[in-house]
Design a protein around this ligand. Structure first.
Ligand code: CP
Length: 332
């Protein structure tokens, strides 16, 4: 494996190999496996889990890491191609990123969607530029429409909780004060479809996922024996559900228009997960969320603190899942 940018780049067996390796590293640690190796981490956007789990995972394998947060103790990095750099951004990513890559053995980059132009974000315009600038092993720490590290950890979490491969996986839109990117919903949808699940996207009018994201998931489902559909009907979505994956995202009808999105979501306060949602679900239906989560906006306290919630397990699994990725990238 040369890069870890999208679960869709891997065969299903390669995903299962990573999950198996993650489990092995949990039970049989390899504290010197990556001795002498250096991981560079570039965060254009904030993080709690991704940053700390990569640093901890690299250290547990005997390697080391450095973190760059452009503009915070470093030069501000310009990302626009052809920019006239006469304002505050002192260095362009076309120099900055290759320089950072030259100091390490693998580089991870987080760069969220611009959130203005849906087609540009769906095309991963920004992240694709990074892939051209880095010749070393590269890890997507969350791009415009992907978060493969989260998806891998979530697959592992479902496996260890014995969630059936053909179980019903409901990806539900939930409330947030403002529009959030499509990266986690897109990656999660694809992951559950690739795992072979019966996937239902439950979302209000105005928040349908773009065709490109739905079609990619449908192709994965066709290959794995799963299925993908969408509905606005909560009873239909939740009936027999084995997993409810709650996630916030912005209106695709009003992409890039914060005021129109805010007007639409103002009427959607009832899209907060509460125990009443599970009346027709499997008795053991789990609640997943990638975190961070707004308590009592997206998910009620009593659900997050109750027995259905596996959000802390998902967050923990980021570390062993990413250790497996680092192992395969750096020891191949
Ligand atoms: N889920 C996730 O990626 O968390 P962070 O944004 O804190 O890294």
């Amino acid at each position: 494996m040369k890069r870890f940018l999208d679960l869709a780049d891997l065969e299903r067996d390669a995903v299962l190999d990573l999950i198996g390796l993650a489990q092995r590293l949990e039970h049989k640690p390899e504290p010197q496996a990556l001795a002498g190796k250096i991981l560079g981490l570039v965060f254009f956007n904030p993080s709690l889990r991704t940053l700390s789990s990569f640093q901890a995972g690299m250290a547990r394998l005997g390697g080391s890491s450095f973190v760059i947060t452009p503009g915070q103790g470093t030069w501000q990095l310009e990302t626009r191609l052809g920019a006239v750099m006469d304002a505050d951004r002192a260095e362009h990513v076309r120099e900055g990123i290759p320089v950072l890559a030259s100091y390490c053995d693998a580089l991870g980059i987080r760069a969220f969607a611009d959130g203005k132009d849906l087609e540009a974000d769906l095309a991963e315009t920004q992240f694709n530029e990074f892939t051209r600038l880095v010749q070393k092993p590269l890890i997507n720490l969350e791009s415009a429409v992907n978060h493969p590290c989260q998806a891998l950890a979530d697959w592992k979490t479902m496996d260890e909780l014995h969630v059936p491969q053909r179980g019903k996986f409901v990806l539900s839109w939930v409330k947030h004060p403002r529009a959030l990117p499509l990266a986690v919903p897109a990656a999660t949808l694809h992951m559950a479809a690739m795992r072979g699940m019966e996937v239902v996207v439950h979302r209000p009018d105005g928040y349908a996922l773009p065709d490109a994201i739905m079609d990619k998931a449908r192709r994965a489902a066709a290959a794995s024996g799963g299925s993908v559909r969408e509905t606005e009907d909560r009873d239909d979505a939740m009936k027999g559900a084995t997993v409810l994956y709650a996630k916030e995202w912005g209106s695709t009808r009003h992409y890039g228009d914060a005021a129109a999105d805010a007007q639409l979501r103002a009427k959607l306060g009832h899209w907060m997960v509460e125990e009443s949602w599970f009346a027709k679900a499997d008795a053991d239906c789990k609640v997943m969320h990638c975190l961070p989560v707004r308590r009592n906006v997206a998910i009620a306290d009593h659900v997050l603190d109750g027995p259905r919630s596996v959000v802390l397990r998902e967050a923990y699994n980021r570390m062993p899942a990413q250790m497996a990725v680092l192992h395969r990238l750096l020891l191949a």
